[in-house]
Ligand binder design. Sequence first.
Ligand SMILES: [Zn+2]
Length: 702
Amino acid sequence: MLSFKNRLSFAKGGTPMPSEPLLAPWGGPYGGVPPFDKIKVADFKPALLKGMELGRLDIKKIAESTDAATFDNTIVAFEDSTRPFNRAGTLFGTFTSTMNSKPMQAVEKEMAPKLAAFSDEVTQNDALFARIKQVYDNRTAAKFSPEALRLTEVTYQRFARRGAALGKAEKARLKEINGKLAELFTTFSQNVLADEESQTITLDKEADLAGLPESVRASMAAAAEAKQLKGKWLITNTRSSAEPFLTYASRRDLREKVWRMWISRGDTAGPHDNKPVMTQILALRGERAKLLGFKSHAHWIIDDNMAKTPDAAMGLMMKVWKAAVARVREEVADMQKLADADKAGHKIEAWDYRYYAEKVRKSKYDLDEDQIKAYLQLDKLRDAMMWASGQLYGFVFKPIKNVPVYHKDVTVYEVLRDGKHLGLWYFDPYARDGKRSGAWMSEYRTQENFTKTPAAPIVSNNSNFVKAKPGSPILISWDDASTMFHEFGHALHGLNSNVHYPSLAGTNTKRDFVEFPSQLNEHWLSTPEVLSKFCVHYQTNKPIPPELVAKIQKAKNFNQGFKTVEYLAAAIYDLKIHLAPTDKPIDPAKFEQVTMKEIGCPTEIVMRHRPPQFLHIFSDDEYSAGYYAYIWADTLTADAAEAFVEAKSFYDKPTAKRLYESIMSVGNSIPPDVAFRKFRGRDVDTDALMRDRGFPISGRKG
Ligand SMILES: [Zn+2]
């Protein structure tokens, strides 16, 4: 996923430059870098408040101008406004996601509604909107450049969609709703974080480790040691800790215990129960959608995306759903056969799925996850991503030490092309307390080139790998390696950006388009070039043998039923719950049960993110009614990947150049469907997705 919290999106210059470190223009090399060495948690609140004050002056200047509204004095001026506030907001977002200590959480809780209110104050500024609307209404006659026209439309829509044209009373209520939502979003994510940090399972006997490979035992021992439990083994409540245990542990009782802990985050009665929080979020979102003139929250969100309507999004999902469920039935039957042969004496349950799937993989494909893992070293994969981006986009990554970081685990690279500075990439790979779970990309500075001083992008990738014993390499799973390439794809989208205006730059695109460059980048992991150069055995340094690569290719669609169903179950839930009427309070637990039954979700699988821990859709608005975006973008991805297959290499220069020119460099400066057509020469072929996942294409059987 991609984090948008860092981009609070309203800011601009023209006012006196503040001297406080959080607000001041960034100093240091590379046109300035984030001043992570000068940040004090106690400074955030005063800096954000001061930033708002300065921002108000910027906005006032634009809104109260007596000159006729023009593109330059309105749209461009707005694009260049509230910069000190934006800088503080970016640093604030970085800390709430990666360094969220208890004092920081208190600041977050207090500031979230204030930030929402400031955003509404800008959107609801009548004089400002009137001027934006004048430029917008005049846009055809004005003969703008295509990018200026696009920026005018995007800016106008941003205001209109958020209620800029509403009456006074409606606007006041909207502001109230957004403030309350901001508070609830913070509570939701802090509840999940609390359960992730406070719940662990400690194992103290060797016998409890039955089935676990050495690498998993070592990570668990290291996790225990970090918590002063030397000599024991710790399972933390994170995906990178729980999933390997569920895959290998032969102790079924412990698998169930770990599974229940992992899927119950935010779901336990008590102070961190997210269910009542969700009920309130849903009601407020429903009310807001009505105020804005939409039938439901889903209608409002999707109207501004490629899919345009909830029906289009649901239609695509249901097309894939049927094939995926049918595949799950086959997978479960295969697993049950193995369990019966073992005289396991039980039916496959959700906590057995990963374990028996792994056994099926061994027996059917003679392939074992741990065998692959021995060739997947975190450091080498990082180098592989950089190398592949060099082949595609001419990037060179140079490690640097002359910039401050917020934690000693963060490393920084300068990105160059043809010897020229292009941007910076910050890499923060390890789990720690106060860091949000999962993996994401964020942007510290967005590329722009419309003032006297162009700005180069600064982006970061964040994940939650468990550190290995000192001196040993960190071995990761194939899925985690794909995720690394995915997040790096977002980083490449930011780094490749070459537009004028930051609102249109890099990853600032439609939600159901933005996952396309990142998903596409996953494909380079399995290219023969990356496998042979970078996937080397951690002990012998020998490259992954061709037989093993052949087995990986053959097993490519193995467990695709599970992966697709666990994702789609979550995406369908997200869409359905945001279509549901909100005149009566929604019981999210009941809704989950009913929905899963209604769509016939196999009982052996729970959604990838169960509702009480579904940060994508309840920790802010960004991915709400938008989790479908991954499969929507995946149709673009599968089709675009076929372009490289047709060119006979994923390193084909003309195809890479076309990708750069039509997709990677243009951000949202051209509409996404137009960009795709430019790359592929035609509209997207959704059957490519079915082919990619190995599902039959209906209507063309035989
Ligand atoms: Zn993503």
